[in-house]
Design a protein around this ligand. Structure first.
Ligand SMILES: *[C@@H]1O[C@H](CO)[C@@H](O)[C@H](O)[C@H]1NC(C)=O
Ligand SMILES: *[C@@H]1O[C@H](CO)[C@@H](O)[C@H](O)[C@H]1NC(C)=O
Length: 367
């Protein structure tokens, strides 16, 4: 009995399961299913490894096994977190949570708030979409690009950024040497393919995207395009996020213009920005900016992050205290906000580092 050694594992998992669950389980992740079948059970696998994900044992095979073992195996498989009523427990797609997090936790970014929500909601509610979702976040450091990325991950995936469905690439860290770009291309393609096979709705995050080599962008472009599949794999449920400081000048200029003319910051609309953002992106040097990704229509949404004002920094400080269970008075919040540097020189309107490292900074102000 070749499954004998595994029985203790099965027994460790309690509760009931039924055989018919198995069919849906095999639909959930043929990849893992096949892995167990071939490698642990040493079942009959065809040798073509590329095709490995396509082979799923048929029902007939399972019918030959004693019922008990099947339900135990089914339980064990589910205990790995791979099966759920929703189809895939790793995915939560909590749009309500996304909306409320963007509303409550993000400060001073009315555009990012509405664009990100609209984009993600539209994508999730339309499983037939014919391309992956691609978003490009623009703004200077500390304005919330990483923060929003985390909010998205937290609400779409059970394990947030730690999910096996989320992959972060930091351009200067993962791809530091221009001379190795050909190696990186292969690695990146393989990583993307591998991730999507394991989890169709994978979130790929490219941080400091302005430093991505043009060759790398060309390499991944096909995955973002309107193809049914690339070499037999469909990327249409994937999400690509690019975070960069490209276009920051434009965003800051528009925010400053609005302030000078006495208009509300909240009245800045996408129409005031998107066109100029695209134009500045094309003018700037570097791979991502000049890539066809930008000029073509592969980026679905440009998301501007406005420079933060004194009052926003205070809100960030309040959140940072609240996270430690503290409720500071206005005076304390003012002290924290005053400790930041503000630009431009004359107006001193925008925090040069946004809300960056506020949680660390409040250490200095703790009693
Ligand atoms: C599993 O997939 C097959 C074919 O793709 C489909 O006919 C069947 O209804 C699916 N079963 C479940 C439970 O989703
Ligand atoms: C979605 O998020 C909200 C707010 O964070 C939470 O109250 C709710 O339980 C979540 N829903 C699911 C299905 O996880």
């Amino acid at each position: 009995m070749f499954f004998y050694p595994l029985l203790p594992i099965f027994w460790a998992v309690s509760a009931k399961a039924d055989f018919f669950q198995f069919e849906s389980i095999s639909n959930v992740s043929t990849y893992y299913f096949n892995y167990i079948y071939c490698n642990i059970w040493e079942g009959e696998c065809q040798q073509n490894q590329d095709d490995a994900t396509q082979q799923v044992p048929t029902r007939d095979l399972w019918a030959a096994f004693p019922q008990d073992y099947i339900s135990l195996l089914s339980q064990w498989y589910c205990s790995l977190g791979q099966c759920c009523e929703s189809g895939d427990c790793r995915i939560t797609n909590n749009i309500t949570g996304l909306a409320s997090d963007l509303q409550l936790k993000l400060h001073g970014q009315h555009l990012a708030q509405s664009v990100v929500l609209k984009a993600v909601q539209g994508f999730i509610s339309n499983p037939e979409s014919n391309k992956p979702l691609t978003l490009s976040f623009h703004g200077c450091s500390g304005t919330g690009k990483n923060f929003v990325t985390r909010i998205v991950a937290d609400n779409l995936y059970r394990d947030g950024v730690k999910s096996e469905c989320v992959r972060l690439f930091i351009a200067p860290f993962h791809f530091p040497h221009a001379r190795l770009v050909d190696t990186y291309k292969g690695q990146l393609r393989e990583a993307i393919r591998d991730m999507v096979l394991r989890c169709p709705q994978t979130l790929f995050i490219f941080d400091e995207a302005e430093k991505l080599h043009p060759g790398l962008i060309d390499a991944i472009k096909p995955y973002m395009d309107h193809y049914d599949n690339v070499d037999g794999v469909s990327y249409r449920r994937a999400v690509f996020l690019f975070l960069s400081n490209i276009g920051t000048t434009t965003v800051n200029d528009v925010a400053l213009d609005f302030w000078h003319s006495g208009q509300n910051r909240e009245d800045i609309g996408m129409e005031d920005l998107e066109h100029r953002l695209r134009a500045e992106a094309m003018d700037s040097q570097g791979g991502f900016a000049q890539s066809e990704l930008m000029s073509g229509h592969l980026i679905d949404f440009f998301v501007p992050f406005l420079p933060l004002e004194y009052r926003h920094v205070k809100l960030c400080a309040r959140d940072a205290y609240a996270a430690r269970g503290l409720e500071p008075d206005e005076g304390t919040l003012d002290e924290v906000a005053k400790a930041m540097l503000y630009t431009p020189k004359e107006e001193r309107l925008f925090s040069a580092q946004g809300c960056k490292s506020i949680p660390q900074r409040i250490n200095f102000f703790l009693p």
